[in-house]
Design a protein. Structure first.
Length: 167
């Protein structure tokens, strides 16, 4: 009889996706209850979707905890802090959404994290280029690519092999 371990259950793609969707739905409910008007809609269509790849990214990093170097963790923290700071402080030239989603897409080993990051990044590209005409998208993508390149250089070889093979 094949028994699934607790670790396999926690990091199973279905578990990761369900938890990520519950987190995003909870955030959307919170927004719906606390905000109204244009702000509510903006928060729902722009901030709630990023919760799915964000939670999947956290699962990805937790799953690889033992293999990750302190330098990799520090870079993750810098990227996350900068991307989250952009939600509260308007800094020119770099989109926090584009930065995080590009970094997540290029450094995550989890297919759920990569797929959801790609989907939400497509939404961000559409909103930034066609709706708000915000060129900070390009700065965010460039910064995300540079951070991902640095992540690959400082990460242990085992992690880089997993990223490249799509595991």
């Amino acid at each position: 009889m094949n028994r699934i371990t607790q670790r396999q259950f926690i990091f199973h793609p279905v578990t990761v996706l369900v938890v990520s969707m519950i987190a995003a739905a909870s955030f959307a409910l919170f927004i719906t209850l606390l905000f109204d008007g244009d702000l509510r809609w903006f928060l729902l269509y722009y901030f709630a979707p990023i919760g799915i790849p964000f939670v999947a990214f956290l699962f990805d990093r937790a799953e690889q905890y033992e293999l990750t170097s302190i330098a990799s963790w520090a870079l993750d923290l810098v990227v996350l802090i900068f991307a989250l700071t952009r939600a509260f402080i308007r800094l020119p030239l770099i989109s926090g959404h584009a930065l995080f989603l590009t970094y997540c897409l290029l450094t995550s080993r989890s297919k759920i994290a990569r797929i959801t990051a790609a989907l939400v990044l497509l939404q961000v590209v559409y909103l930034k280029l066609l709706v708000t005409h915000d060129t900070a998208l390009f700065g965010g993508v460039i910064a995300g690519c540079l951070a991902a390149l640095l992540y690959r250089r400082i990460s242990p070889a085992k992690i880089n092999v997993q990223i490249e093979s799509g595991l």
